[in-house]
Design a protein around this ligand. Sequence first.
Ligand code: TYD
Ligand code: MG
Length: 455
Amino acid sequence: MAKPKRRYVCQACGSVATRWQGQCADCGEWNSLAEDAPATVFSAKHDLSSGGRPIEFAPLDAPGEVLKRRSTGLAEFDRALGGGLVPGSAVLMGGDPGIGKSTLLLQASAHMAKSGAETVYISGEEAAGQVRLRADRLGLGGAPVRLAAATSVRDILTTLAMMDPPALLVIDSIQTMHSDQIEGAPGTVSQVRACAFELIRYAKDSGAALVLVGHVTKDGSIAGPRVLEHMVDVVMSFEGERSHQYRILRSIKNRFGPVDEIGVFAMEGQGLAEVGNPSLLFLSGREQPVAGSAVFPAIEGTRPVLVEIQALIVRLASGATPRRAVVGWDSGRLAMLLAVLEARCGLNFSSAEVYLNVAGGYRLADPAADLAVAAALVSALADKPLGRDAVWFGEVSLAGEVRPVAHSGVRLREAAKLGFTSAFGPGEASEKRDGSRFAAIAMLPNLVDRIMGAS
Ligand code: TYD
Ligand code: MG
């Protein structure tokens, strides 16, 4: 049999290399490669004459397996999960430090405990006293949550085996857990994987819903193991700018539901408050019309959210390389849009610095934002404010066409409901639709003419 090869796993992205290198070839992180247990080389073929047992096939509609979900007590959390926690499932919750993961999970545990469900909250980062203090501050001190500060997976599983399985088991965080079955410090890929594997197996066997908190690296992926994302049923990310109040809970992967619903929270003195109707949150207080600001009716899952996009253009006198900075949108998409505006509309951004910001710490993922971003850019370049009562949406192609997008009706209705009386988007004719004046913009040059021509 071949000698098992050494292998090295990047602690940041989980990619595997056969030789040690100072820098990971995949994610570019320095000093992140560590030796991992060798992958066993299978060269033998199965001997089918003995040992194997036949497996049973079942029909897809096997009875008795109705998906039961349990509410977390927080409607926005349930919504992002696709309707609540599924017993026996494993959820990975990622997010920047200080964004509010522990607060959210403590609140959910307390609500569930108050409604009579057994909940266990294991903190590997904070002492039990610290968690208790926080619970007191949140007014949840009386909830019968079983709280412990522990990091040994063996101790945790031994304790859990002696009691009835809880409805919810929170592990905060998986990077602090340690398994004595395997070598290495907590937080290394092999440790995280081994701990997660054991905890997930416990959840599957016992029917407890498991939530693992995972730290996030600089580039936003869940630290250590990419492999963790494959092991769990649901991957969620808790997002927001720490300096802003609003937080968005998004599911990135969900084996039991859709991934496009979001939960919206506001971080307040009393912990996270649910925001049931987020459509107006991401508009800045707009008193005076300002050049470079455009409102975009975004769709998150099934809910419309109106978002303000702000652009600033600074002309450079010298030949210095101009900066492009984006907060809340894809910088590659901005580069593309600038190129289309230059090539198809004859505008010149090459000697100017371009800054783009999405108000309220919101992160836009909806491709229909193109037209609103283009409107903000053109408005900033021409120094002409857009109408305060207008919304813009549509996807822009490389040829400069404005392409139709999904849910135009919902976007228009929400905008009209919130007092926006005119809308610009892809379509054939200009007409009055769903309570607001709708003007079709077929090509990007039409948009430029409309904004530049307006006085
Ligand atoms: P935390 O849940 O500890 O974040 P994470 O577990 O994701 O690292 O959240 C900590 C932040 O939340 C902290 O910076 C203070 C803020 N916060 C409030 O504003 N109000 C509150 O009631 C609580 C508990 C926290
Ligand atoms: Mg925490």
